[in-house]
Design a protein around this ligand. Structure first.
Ligand code: CIR
Length: 264
């Protein structure tokens, strides 16, 4: 059977809007450039499509500066899509913007009702479990609500910790295959990947830990040669995508899509 954690028939993306200059960021490294962001986004969508997947490209949403980062608004599993409840107040209603899109695909959707919060960037689905990192955006109540929704679907959820000062759990890690995770040394040192094989990002290249395995390829941010060499040496087929503009808003490869193979 095809691995459900990295085999996808579909993806959803949303075009960046001019409002990205108002996107949230931990450190101000300057405003992202829309034209460059759009080019990177185009390359990203083309890479997803190159695997044979169907990509639904949603129109930009000026009212939500961070809405290009669609991953935070929902968790898409084979059997169900679950709308998240983002912890950033300016992003809370992004989940409702995603509702009609996912209802059309899945027929109906589940939702985190609150009061807790949880963002997709803190959720790593592997072949054997769902890891959720507690963070500034994702708290115990949100995680408990998600657990109550995914347990009946046959998933095991494990709560872990996003490192302090790191936006999301997946800022620091990615799934590469059934048993292999790409992670920063600081996250791997927490012991949360016991039982997995870990490829650590090279020293000074922590910012490339957020990649995605999507069907036969790994989408990986451009500009991290030492870690790229490690992935090549391990036999992965890597496609580099420019990420300079998304990175100014603490975004990376996973944030830019929802990935799924819905099964009715
Ligand atoms: C935010 O702070 O919410 C956005 N500027 C970045 C979101 C990145 N999303 C992700 O890691 N899943």
């Amino acid at each position: 059977m095809a691995p459900r954690s990295y085999t996808f028939s579909h993806a959803v993306t949303r075009r960046p809007s001019a409002a990205i200059v108002d996107g949230l960021r931990a450190v101000d490294l300057g405003a992202p450039d829309l034209a460059t962001f759009m080019q990177h986004h185009k390359d990203y969508v083309a890479a997803l499509k190159s695997t044979g997947a169907e990509v639904l490209e949603l129109a930009e949403l000026e009212a939500f500066p961070d809405s290009v980062f669609v991953e935070d608004a929902a968790l898409c599993l084979q059997q169900a899509a679950i709308l998240m409840r983002p912890g950033a107040p300016s992003r809370l209603d992004e989940a409702q913007q995603m509702r009609p899109v996912l209802e059309k695909i899945y027929g109906s959707v589940l939702a985190i009702e609150g009061p807790g919060t949880i963002e997709g960037g803190d959720i790593l689905v592997t072949e054997r479990e769902i890891l959720v990192g507690r963070s500034e955006r994702t708290g115990a109540a949100g995680i408990a609500e998600l657990e109550a929704q995914v347990t009946p679907l046959g998933y095991q959820l494990r709560e872990v910790h996003t490192p302090p000062g790191v936006l999301h759990f997946k800022t620091d890690c990615s799934l590469l295959d059934h048993t292999t995770i790409l992670a920063t040394a600081r996250l791997a040192a927490s012991g949360c990947f016991e039982g997995y094989d870990v490829i650590e990002t090279a020293d000074g290249e922590e910012a490339c830990a957020n990649a995605i395995r999507f069907n036969q390829i790994v989408l990986f941010p451009a500009g991290f040669p030492k870690t790229l060499a490690k992935l090549h040496a391990a036999g992965y087929s890597v496609v580099e995508i420019g990420n300079s503009e998304a990175a100014k808003l603490d975004g990376g490869m996973s944030c830019l899509s929802l990935r799924f193979s819905p099964q009715g």
